[in-house]
Design a protein around this ligand. Structure first.
Ligand code: CIR
Length: 307
């Protein structure tokens, strides 16, 4: 495999009128291409905070055992390494209790990274830490969200040149969603905004790509219009039951090449994937997910190679 080609780091690589050139050494066209490099966050400073209805429920009933959560995260890291994926880590900062959710503070695109605009004050510093991470990695910034808030779990590349943007209001605001959509429309992409209830936090709780034209969706909570749109594009859908979805069971990571890292509790999804011949690394994420996110929320794909 060729080493990523270096291009000078910059804070705005985006061509303002569109037509930005894709990076050569980083990024990806499809969320289902072969993952070679992933950016993760350390759980060293993880705290179980009242961040969403989902995390609050566990705070009330049985708060997260942080040590167990950290060992579950280590198992997830080992799974990436087992599959030959190079793991890059944000430098942990003690002031950032949710840095483990590396999906949200930035978004990797074919043109460079977007620095998002976190909604909750205790996560805002993650955006600055992410700029430092990309500088260290030598990955230029495509642009930074300036119109309201936008979180990376709401940027969902459905297929090459097509993005579904979640907008629940509390995390990603419509202003932020429309700013990002506008950038990608200028690049010639198809964009679609999915308005979701803030209870679900981000769109990647309920819609996650598995393989080309194969997408996991929680049909119970996803707008029928979004499901029809996916089907009209020829996507086959694996339905993830509502209860599993609320336990982050639809929040897994496609590694490409029919390989997936998924939470052990998501038995219906795992059964369907194995029946189709997928290799699934199933990891017990039950403790760490009490803090409100899953495997997809914890990962930012930095590079994927097309088959
Ligand atoms: N993409 C995601 O859904 N991320 C999960 C973030 C969980 C974190 N506790 C939060 O509420 O911000």
């Amino acid at each position: 495999m060729n080493a990523p080609l270096r291009e000078p780091f910059s804070l705005r690589r985006r061509n303002l009128s569109g037509g930005t050139k894709p990076l050569t050494g980083w990024g990806f066209a499809n969320e289902t291409d072969r993952l070679t490099d992933v950016l993760l966050g350390s759980p060293a400073n993880l705290r179980h905070l009242s961040t969403s209805s989902l995390s609050r429920k566990h705070l009330r009933e049985a708060p997260c055992n942080i040590q167990v959560a950290q060992s579950q995260h280590a198992e997830m890291v080992a799974a990436y390494e087992h599959f030959g994926v190079k793991v890059h880590m944000h430098a942990p900062e003690s002031e950032l209790p949710m840095q483990v959710y590396a999906r949200d503070s930035s978004v990797m695109t074919p043109y460079g990274a977007i620095i998002t605009a976190m909604a909750q004050w205790w996560r805002r510093g993650e955006n600055y830490a992410a700029i430092r991470s990309y500088e260290k990695l030598g990955i230029p910034i495509y642009d930074m969200v300036t119109a309201g808030t936008f979180e990376g779990g709401d940027f969902n590349v459905i297929e090459e040149g097509c993005v579904l943007i979640g907008c629940g209001g509390a995390r990603t605001q419509e202003e932020g969603a429309r700013q990002v959509a506008g950038w990608f429309e200028a690049e010639g992409w198809e964009t679609r905004i999915a308005f979701i209830d803030e209870y679900y936090v981000h769109i990647d709780l309920m819609v996650v790509p598995i393989a080309p034209k194969l997408t996991a969706v929680c049909l119970t909570c996803t707008e029928p219009g979004i499901v029809e749109w996916l089907r009209a594009k020829g996507h086959e859908i694996i339905d993830v039951p509502f209860q599993d979805t609320m336990a982050l069971g639809c929040n897994f990571m496609s590694l490409g090449g029919d390989r997936v890292i998924a939470p052990k509790s998501s038995q219906a999804l795992i059964g369907q994937l194995r029946a189709r011949g997928f290799e699934v690394a199933d990891i017990d994420m039950s403790e760490i997910s009490k803090t409100g996110g899953g495997i997809h929320c914890m990962a930012q794909a930095l590079r994927r190679d097309a088959a």
